[in-house]
Design a protein around this ligand. Structure first.
Ligand code: KG4
Ligand code: ZN
Length: 353
């Protein structure tokens, strides 16, 4: 069985071909980062327009890479939500047209379920497991009891972790997307030379929820107090002289980036550990763009080993948005023999279950 999967929920136009045995034959991701970078974030209207231009060639490339033709397809999977409605509609409309034209089934897939299913590419996480999706749009934690039995136990109350990375990167005058930039610059600092400590929001509040917007505000306050960017107007008026920085921004920016990254990862690690213990999980699955961060991957590897659970973090290419994960999540849908639903619509919000 050959499944064509399409993902257009945000700023990546992606198509993949997967088989029902979880073999990924192709995984093409066309990033729109360059289109959105001048704005420091994703512009929904630009994303929709680029998806329209890119969807056809992206699907063609995915078929070419898998060395199959349209007639070899047995089903189409498409991200139905959550995401940007205009962006989702491009993928959904294209998928509906193909499904109708080829007379093959169509399945709408939840993007977050897709991220969790990336764990099944080249791995077999044991049940029950704790799943974490840490991306630019979401930071959620799930108790995954069995196939398709996913219960959300916590989520962010404000900004997603990746969103906080993007906003802090912008505050520090680093590039977009912020995660990679903050990871890169944080490597200049090790724990011994770290001078700044930032808050760890909700770290021991006994819930599985998160909050990252206050941390971003703490960084903003610090940037103003240290007077790092006087030219940008980011300063407190009447600041006492004693608080003026002793060192320049070259010194402070890596320090702040490192302190921010450690604060976020301390919270993520603490909540993951609490959930692993409370639900007596056998494995920890971590996906989403932030899970491509090497520092987080190393920290979680140490924590999981100490706690005696398996850690499954997909390859970096399957952590960030891609269509292979949507294809893997759709296998159950096709083996259950569902019929195409042409009334399917995009869902901007769609929590699982
Ligand atoms: O999963 P993803 O590709 O798209 C969404 O569904 O949001 O995640 C993108 C997010 C961005 O916020 C980006 O800054 C963050 O993942 N990210 C990272 C890293 N690479 C990407 N965050 C921290 N460290 C990284 N290396
Ligand atoms: Zn995503």
């Amino acid at each position: 069985m050959h499944i064509l999967a399409i993902e257009t929920s945000c700023d990546e136009t992606a198509a993949a071909v997967v088989k029902e045995d979880r073999n990924v034959l192709s995984n093409v991701v066309v990033s729109q980062i360059q289109d959105h970078a001048p704005f420091g974030g994703v512009v929904p209207e630009i994303a929709s327009r680029r998806h329209i231009e890119l969807i056809r060639p992206t699907v063609d490339w995915s078929l070419e890479e898998a060395a199959i033709s349209l007639e070899d397809l047995d089903g189409i999977a498409v991200t139905q939500g959550p995401g940007l409605v205009g962006a989702l509609l491009v993928g959904i409309s294209f998928a509906k047209g193909l499904s109708y034209g080829l007379g093959i089934p169509l399945c709408g897939i939840n993007h977050l379920e897709g991220h969790l299913n990336a764990a099944w590419i080249e791995n077999d996480p044991r049940y029950p497991h704790i799943g974490m999706v840490i991306s630019g749009g979401h930071t959620s934690i799930y108790n995954v009891e069995g196939p398709g039995r996913i219960v959300e136990i916590g989520h962010t109350l404000d900004d997603a972790a990746g969103e906080a990375f993007d906003k802090v990167s912008k505050l520090l005058g680093l590039g977009y997307p912020g995660g990679i930039e903050i990871e890169r610059i944080s490597r200049e600092i090790d724990a011994d030379s770290s001078e700044i400590v930032l808050p760890r929001p909700m770290i021991s509040d006994n819930s599985y929820n998160f909050s990252f917007s206050g941390l971003k505000t703490a960084v903003l306050k610090l940037v103003m107090e240290l007077d790092i960017f006087p030219d940008k107007g980011l300063r407190f008026s009447g600041l006492p002289k004693a608080m003026a920085p002793k060192r320049g921004k070259e010194h402070y920016i890596p320090q702040i980036a490192h302190a921010f990254q450690e604060a976020v990862f301390d919270v993520l690690e603490a909540k993951a550990l609490k959930a692993l213990k409370d639900f007596e999980a056998k494995s920890l699955v971590v996906t989403g763009g932030v899970a491509s961060n090497s520092r987080l991957r190393n920290r979680l590897a140490l924590m999981s080993k100490a706690h005696g659970v398996d850690l499954v973090i997909p390859d970096k290419s399957f952590c960030t948005d891609n269509a292979a994960m949507i294809g893997i999540a759709s296998i159950r849908c096709f083996t259950e023999g569902r019929l195409p639903d042409f009334s399917m619509n995009a869902l901007s919000r769609w929590q699982i279950p």
